[in-house]
Ligand binder design. Structure first.
Ligand code: NDP
Length: 337
């Protein structure tokens, strides 16, 4: 069983040196346990936080422990009555090829699920995050303008498509032409602006000629700088993530702009709210699953995966995602089904 354990805490972007790739012998299966074979491993931005010991909403991964992560696995062997060999489950077994579980917390996905990896993306945590953050905190109304960055990733793409279903104008922000074209042509966004272009702020302002009513915050940094002056009175800002800062080692240079930000929030009565999906909305998963299953079956939501084959590529695939070199939901295929 190969596994990536955390060897040291990264300073800035993680490197291969921060991890140890180990081969360990699996212990014999005890009564009540199942042996899980990882087929798909989800890579998500929150994992950068778990590599760090800065105080956060969840405990860090300890040095020497296997990196955490959601997985879709097949039951390879079972001594637990609730699970049978060959069955698929959604698990949280982390960056490793095999794991032993007592069955607790495993979500059965059936014997022959049509798209098992969707449980890590559109039907799972990222899709749920998009749905709740947008609908519960963003509360978009028909005709309003919604802006979302990381627009082709699993959260952003879903936010924008749901906002379209709710009758909004949707402007995406993404890295590069190809992604922007995809957001407009495939996802149905009204516009999508490349955050790397020199006149990004001007292009965003032109695309949002009626201002911004909902800014779904995934990235922070200079995208937020361009958004702030465009926010309308009573705008809502679901604060979902700040991926541009996850590898930061110090505060950005420049004058303290906190006063100006607070002034904008006050005078425009902006409501900005952070949320942690399962802590705040775990009890509403079924609501999301019902709507999303329906939209998918009606072809109203498109979903794109960035599938990386080979467990050894996990660290580089993680960094690629933080850098925007992914195109869709990053999933590592660890083993063949
Ligand atoms: P993505 O797969 O979209 O990957 C992150 C993307 O961020 C990159 O692909 C890149 O896209 C973009 N990005 C990176 N750096 C910058 C930058 N400096 N400026 C602008 N964009 C940048 O990630 P997810 O969809 O999985 O997650 C999106 C956000 O949602 C993250 O911030 C994540 O932490 C957050 N999240 C929060 C949850 C919660 O409970 N609060 C739960 C799940 C996710 P591009 O090339 O287009 O720039």
């Amino acid at each position: 069983n190969k596994q990536f354990t955390l060897k040291s805490r990264p300073h800035g972007a993680p490197t291969l040196d921060n991890f140890a790739l180990k081969s360990v012998q699996m212990p014999e299966l005890q009564q009540g346990e199942v042996l899980l074979r990882t087929i798909y491993l989800s890579l998500d931005p929150y994992m950068r936080g778990r590599m760090s010991d800065a105080k956060s909403y969840a405990d860090p991964v300890e040095i020497g422990d296997v990196m955490v992560g959601a997985t879709v696995c097949q039951v390879e062997a079972s001594k637990n009555d609730k699970f049978s060999e060959g069955e698929w489950v959604l698990a949280y077994t982390g960056w490793q090829e095999y794991a032993i579980s007592n069955g607790e917390g495993l979500m059965p996905l059936g014997k022959e699920p049509s798209n098992p990896s969707y449980a890590l993306g559109i039907m799972g945590m990222p899709g749920f995050t998009a749905y709740m953050g947008l609908l519960d905190i963003g509360a978009p109304k028909e005709g309003e303008t919604v802006v979302v960055a990381a627009a082709t990733g699993p959260v952003g793409a879903t936010v924008g498509q749901i906002a379209k279903l709710k009758g909004c104008k949707v402007v995406g922000v993404a890295g590069g032409n190809e992604k922007c074209q995809y957001a407009v042509e495939k996802l149905g966004f009204d516009a999508c602006i490349d955050h790397r272009s020199d006149d990004f702020a001007k292009q965003l302002a032109d695309a949002c000629d009626a201002g911004i009513d909902v800014y779904y915050e995934n990235v922070g940094g200079k995208v937020f700088d361009a958004v702030l002056p465009l926010l309308n009175t009573a705008a809502r800002v679901p604060l979902c993530g700040l991926v541009s800062q996850y590898n930061a080692t110090e505060l950005p240079q420049g004058p303290d702009r906190m006063g100006a930000l607070m002034g904008q929030i006050l005078s425009k009565r902006i409501r900005m709210q952070g949320f942690i999906i399962f802590d705040d909305y775990g009890h509403r998963y079924d609501e999301f699953a019902t709507d999303m299953q329906k939209w998918l079956s009606e072809g109203k939501i498109h979903y794109r995966e960035h599938l990386v084959t080979g467990f050894e590529k996990t660290v580089s695939a993680f960094n690629d995602m933080i850098d925007g070199k992914n195109f869709g939901k990053t999933v590592v295929q660890v083993n063949k089904p």
